[in-house]
Design a protein around this ligand. Structure first.
Ligand code: ZN
Ligand code: FE
Length: 246
């Protein structure tokens, strides 16, 4: 798949399993949830790119850890975060709320609030030839975020919001958790051929040192038990089951 206007999204793996996404054109870039600054600074400098914006999905340190240093390097950078997180993401200079639209790299980007992992988690959605969603820690391939601050109901409703997006939405999450999520899902549904096939595909990618994300919403609908949950009760059972799974 190709974006319009020569744009690209690349992933940088950092820490144990975080992925920092860099969305760029030929002269500027937007970074999503920079856990660390150094690999971002190195990449942008090596490629002669200006940092236009930092998008923060939520306040956890593995998502905002590099932001301060990036602001030092690019003092005019927009730091975009939820208006509800002025305390926990204090360096934000463009505060947004659900439904807001902002312009980045010549695209209209929509803010979608997806509560559950935290009480103010947001996602970023745009359509440039095909739809893209930066979802942070709300949805993972074959999994979903832990419910830390919100309620199961909020998380369930957040997943329902995601399911309303176009089926060809390409979803960029913040962690490479796919394999362990699939192993859990196979434990629960040992006969599910779609999950078995996905596990093979994922193991192959990992053996080649490739990322298993982003993923497509309609493909995810076949293998993600959380997205397939028929009601809140089923979702709650799955989330609690996954929390205690080792
Ligand atoms: Zn998190
Ligand atoms: Fe995280």
């Amino acid at each position: 798949m190709e974006f319009n206007k020569g744009q690209k999204i690349i992933g940088i793996r950092v820490l144990r399993d975080n992925v920092i996404w860099l969305w760029k054109n030929s002269n500027s870039a937007v970074v999503i949830d920079p856990a660390l600054s150094q690999p971002v600074v190195e990449y942008l400098k090596a490629n002669n790119l200006n940092l236009e914006a930092i998008l923060q999905t939520h306040h956890h340190s593995d998502h905002i850890g590099g932001t301060k240093e990036l602001i030092k390097e690019w003092p005019n950078v927009k730091v975009i975060a939820s208006v509800k997180e002025k305390d926990r993401i204090p360096f934000q200079n463009l505060s947004v709320r659900d439904g807001d639209k902002i312009r980045l790299l010549d695209n209209e980007v929509q803010i979608i609030e997806v509560m559950g992992h935290t009480k103010s988690h947001i996602a970023f959605y745009f359509n440039n030839n095909f739809p893209v969603l930066f979802i942070g820690d709300t949805l993972f391939s074959a999994g979903c975020g832990r419910v830390f601050e919100g309620t199961y109901k909020q998380m369930y409703n957040s997943l329902r919001k995601i399911k309303l997006l176009p089926k060809n939405t390409l979803i960029y999450c913040a962690h490479e958790y796919t394999k362990s999520n699939l192993l859990w899902a196979i434990d629960l549904e040992p006969e599910n051929q779609n999950i078995k096939n996905k596990l093979k595909e994922v193991e192959k990618k990992l053996s080649l040192n490739e990322l298993t994300i982003p993923f497509l919403l309609d493909e995810e609908m076949k293998i993600n038990l959380f997205l397939r949950a028929k009601n809140l009760k089923e979702f709650t059972f799955l989330r609690a089951n996954k929390d205690s799974w080792v």
